[in-house]
Ligand binder design. Structure first.
Ligand SMILES: Cc1ncc(C[n+]2csc(CCOP(=O)(O)OP(=O)(O)O)c2C)c(N)n1
Length: 663
C-alpha cells in the first residue's frame, strides 16, 4: 500500500482543528491551518520524541508560543499517539475537564511542555530550555543530554518586548539548539501587521547573530530541509516561514478573520471539497492514521539506545542524573542551612539582607550543582555570583547567567529551565523591577514551577537612589498572586529558614525578598525548628502581665517593632512582637494558632515599610498600621524612615493611641 502524501498528513491536522473548533463554536484556526505543513515536517522528519514515553529526559522540547493556536498541538499529540489525547479529548476541545484546553496547559505527560497564551512567554521559555539543555550537556555529556528546543511562534510573540530580549540574548549566547518556526502570515487580531509594524523582523534576528532562513511555510520539503540546516548551524535558527493564515478555509484564508472568526459547519464542508477530504468529522483514513502513528515511533530506536547508555552509567553518575531530573534535593542540604542558622544566631554582626542570601547560596554551591542563577545586571549589589562561573557562548559549564537588563526574559527563562528539568533556577533582581518580571512570575505561579525569584532593595531602605528604586506597593501585589510564596525574612536566621522553605517547595515559586540595608540578628538563641514555616510566630512574648499589645512586622521592620516593644514594656504595657515572614503560610494555619499568635483581644499594630493593603485582616477592630501611604523620596535610608514615620516611637505611639493612653 502506498503511504499517504505529506500534504494529506498536514490536512489531517487541518481537519482535526476545523472539526474541533466548529464543535466548540470558538478557537483560533489561523495557526493550525497555517502551520500544518511546518508541523508535519517537524514531527514526521525531525523531532526526537516518543509519545509512549512522553517525559523521556532527552526528548526534544516543543513549545507552542502562539498558544492560542492550541488545536495545532492537540492535533499533533493525538495523531502521533499520546495516550492522554484520544479522539474523545479532541471532540471536547475547550470543554471543562477536557485535556484539550483553550490554551495549552503544562503537562509533560500529555506532551505539553509549558503553559502558553500570553504572547512572547513561550519563546522566552524555549530560550530557558535551551540554556538548561546546554548546561546539562556540559555537565553530563552528549550521551545523556543532546536535544533541540523548537518553538512555533507568531507575529504577536515577535512584537512583544520579551521576544526581542530573547532574540538578543539567544544570539549573544549562540544557543545553537534553539530553533524557531515563525508563522509569517502578516496577520494579527487587528488585521494586517502593517497596522503596527514596519521593520524587517527577520533582520532583527540576523543582526543578533541568528541563522535565518526565509522560505515558503507551505512547502513541506523546504521546511524539512530548512530544519536540517538549522540543526547543523552553530547559531540559533529562525525559519521565517511565509504562510497564509487559515489556509484551507476559502472564506477566511489570508484575512483578518482567519485568526479566530467563528467557523461554521458550512466552512468545514467547503474545506472538505476544496482540499479533497471526503471523510466525516473527526474521522481519519486508516493510512493517514498509521503514517502519523509511525511518526510517533520514529525515535524508538534512539530512545532505546539512550536508555541503554543511561543504564550503563556508573551507579553514582546515574543516580545523580536521575536525582536532578526528578528535581530531588541531595542529602545534607538542610544541614547546610541549619549550620548557617546556628552560626548566625551566635553572631551579633549585622549584614546586608541580600548579602545574607548570597552567603547562604554560596554555602550551597558544592551541594547544588543543578542550581543556575540568572541575574539582570545587578551582580555586585545582589552578590549571588561569588564562586560561580558565567554561562557563556564558549563555556556552558557556568551556572551564572548574565541576563543583562532583561528582567522579563530572565523570569521567563527561569520558567523554561524549571519546566525543562534538571536545573534549579533562581532569578535575581531588585524588588522595584519585579514588575518587569511579573508576567513570568504569574506564569510560574500558574504552572506551579519551583522557580526562586530573589529580590533585593526591598523598601525605602534603599535610600538615596530615590522613589523610583523604592518599592512600596510591590509586596502587596505579589502577595495577591495565587500560588506564590512571598518570603520576607527579618534577619540571617529567618533568611536561612526562608531559604529552606523555598528549596523544599516543589509545586510553585517562591519570592524571596531581602533588604539592601544591614539586618541585625534578632534571633540570638539557636532553635533547630524552622519557626518561619508557620508563616508567623511570636518572636518576643509580652512580660509582666497578660499581653495587651501585639506588634506585627516583617523583614527590616521587625527590628523596629522590637524597639517599640521595649518602650512599651518600660511603660508597663505588656507587648509581644510577632515576626511574619510569610503571610500565605500564616493564613494556612489553624484558627487556634493564628489567634494565639495575633493575641486575642490585644491591640495590634503592624509595621512594614510598604503600603497597608493586605494588613487589615490581621489588625482587627483595635488595630493600626505604620508604613507607607505613598511613594518614597530621595535621601539616606535613616532619614527616610524618620520622614515617613516608620520608627519605634511611631509604633509605640500608635499602640498607646489604640489603648486610649496619652501618646
Ligand atoms: C501578551 C498578550 N497580549 C495579547 C494577547 C491576545 N491575542 C491573542 S492572539 C493575538 C494576535 C496574535 O497574532 P499572531 O501572533 O500573528 O497570531 P495569528 O494571527 O497568526 O494567529 C492577540 C493580540 C495575548 N494572547 N497575549
Amino acid at each position: 500500500m502506498t503511504s499517504p502524501s505529506p500534504s494529506k498528513l498536514a490536512n489531517a491536522i487541518r481537519f482535526l482543528a476545523i472539526d474541533a473548533i466548529v464543535r466548540a463554536t470558538e478557537g483560533h484556526q489561523g495557526v493550525p491551518l497555517g502551520m500544518a505543513e511546518i508541523a508535519t515536517a517537524l514531527y514526521t522528519r525531525h523531532l526526537k520524541f516518543l509519545p509512549a514515553d512522553p517525559t523521556w529526559p532527552d526528548r526534544d522540547r516543543v513549545v507552542l508560543s502562539n498558544g492560542h493556536g492550541s488545536m495545532l498541538l492537540w492535533a499533533l499529540l493525538h495523531l502521533t499517539g499520546y495516550e492522554a489525547i484520544g479522539i474523545e479529548q479532541i471532540k471536547t476541545f475547550r470543554d471543562l475537564d477536557s485535556h484539550c484546553e483553550g490554551h495549552p496547559e503544562i503537562n509533560p505527560a500529555h506532551g505539553v511542555e509549558v503553559t502558553t497564551g500570553p504572547l512572547g512567554q513561550g519563546i522566552a521559555n524555549a530560550f530557558g530550555m535551551a540554556v538548561a539543555e546546554a548546561y546539562l550537556n556540559a555537565r553530563f555529556g552528549s550521551a545523556l543530554v543532546d536535544h533541540h528546543t523548537y518553538a512555533f511562534v507568531g507575529d504577536g510573540c515577535l512584537q512583544e518586548g520579551v521576544g526581542q530580549e530573547m532574540i538578543s540574548l539567544a544570539g549573544h549566547l549562540r544557543l545553537s539548539k534553539l530553533i524557531l518556526m515563525w508563522d509569517d502570515n502578516r496577520i494579527t487580531d487587528d488585521g494586517s501587521t502593517a497596522l503596527s509594524i514596519s521593520e524587517d523582523v527577520a533582520e532583527r534576528f540576523r543582526v543578533a547573530g541568528w541563522h535565518v532562513q526565509e522560505l515558503d511555510g507551505h512547502d513541506l520539503e523546504a521546511v524539512a530541509s530548512a530544519l536540517a540546516a538549522a540543526k547543523r548551524d552553530p547559531r540559533p535558527s529562525l525559519l521565517a516561514c511565509r504562510t497564509v493564515i487559515a489556509r484551507g478555509i476559502a472564506r477566511l484564508q489570508g484575512q483578518r478573520g482567519g485568526h479566530s472568526a467563528r467557523l461554521f459547519a458550512e466552512d468545514a464542508e467547503a474545506a472538505r471539497r476544496d482540499l479533497d477530504w471526503p471523510h466525516a468529522p473527526f474521522e481519519l483514513p486508516e493510512p493517514v492514521q498509521r503514517a502519523w502513528r509511525d511518526a510517533g515511533r520514529r525515535s524508538a530506536a534512539e530512545h532505546a539506545a539512550w536508555q541503554a547508555r543511561r543504564d550503563a552509567l556508573p551507579a553514582a553518575e546515574r543516580a545523580e542524573f536521575d536525582r536532578v531530573m526528578a528535581g530531588a534535593l541531595p542529602a545534607g542540604w538542610r544541614d547546610v542551612l541549619l549550620d548557617f542558622k546556628r552560626r548566625a544566631s551566635a553572631s551579633a554582626e549585622a549584614q546586608g539582607g541580600i548579602l545574607i542570601s548570597a552567603e547562604i547560596n554560596d554555602r550551597l554551591t558544592e551541594l547544588l550543582p543543578e542550581r543556575m542563577i540568572g541575574c539582570a545586571d545587578l551582580e555586585a549589589p545582589t552578590g549571588h555570583k561569588r564562586r560561580l562561573k558565567a554561562f557563556t557562548a564558549q563555556d556552558r559549564s557556568g551556572a551564572y547567567v548574565h541576563c543583562g537588563v532583561r528582567e522579563h526574559l530572565m523570569g521567563a527563562m527561569a520558567n523554561g529551565m524549571a519546566a525543562h528539568g534538571g536545573v534549579m533556577p533562581l532569578a535575581v533582581t531588585d524588588l522595584a523591577f519585579a514588575d518587569y518580571e511579573r508576567p513570568a512570575m504569574r506564569m510560574a505561579a500558574l504552572m506551579g514551577l519551583p522557580v526562586k525569584f530573589v529580590f533585593s532593595h526591598d523598601s525605602i531602605g534603599v535610600g538615596k537612589n530615590g522613589p523610583t528604586h523604592q518599592p512600596v506597593e510591590i509586596l502587596a501585589s505579589l502577595r495577591a498572586m495565587p500560588n506564590l510564596l512571598v518570603l520576607r525574612p527579618a534577619d540571617a536566621v529567618e533568611a536561612a529558614e526562608c531559604w529552606e522553605m523555598a528549596l523544599e517547595r516543589r509545586d510553585g515559586p517562591a519570592a524571596l525578598v531581602f533588604a539592601r540595608q544591614a539586618l541585625p540578628t534578632l534571633r540570638r538563641t539557636h532553635e533547630a525548628d524552622n519557626l518561619s514555616r508557620r508563616g508567623a510566630y511570636v518572636l518576643a512574648e509580652a512580660t509582666g502581665g497578660a499581653r495587651a499589645v501585639t506588634l506585627l512586622g516583617t523583614g527590616s521592620e521587625v527590628a523596629v517593632a522590637l524597639q517599640a516593644r521595649e518602650t512599651l514594656q518600660a511603660a508597663g504595657i505588656p507587648t509581644a512582637v510577632v515576626s511574619m515572614p510569610c503571610c500565605e503560610r500564616f493564613d494556612a494555619q489553624d484558627a487556634g494558632y493564628r489567634a494565639h499568635v495575633l493575641g486575642r483581644g490585644t491591640v495590634r499594630v503592624a509595621v512594614e515599610a510598604a503600603v497597608r493593603l493586605g494588613w487589615d485582616r490581621y489588625l482587627g477592630e483595635r488595630g493600626g498600621f505604620v508604613g507607607m501611604a505613598g511613594f518614597g523620596a530621595s535621601g539616606p535610608a535613616d532619614a527616610l524612615y524618620e520622614l515617613f514615620g516608620i520608627t519605634p516611637a511611631a509604633v509605640a505611639a500608635e499602640a498607646r493611641r489604640l489603648l486610649a493612653l496619652p501618646t
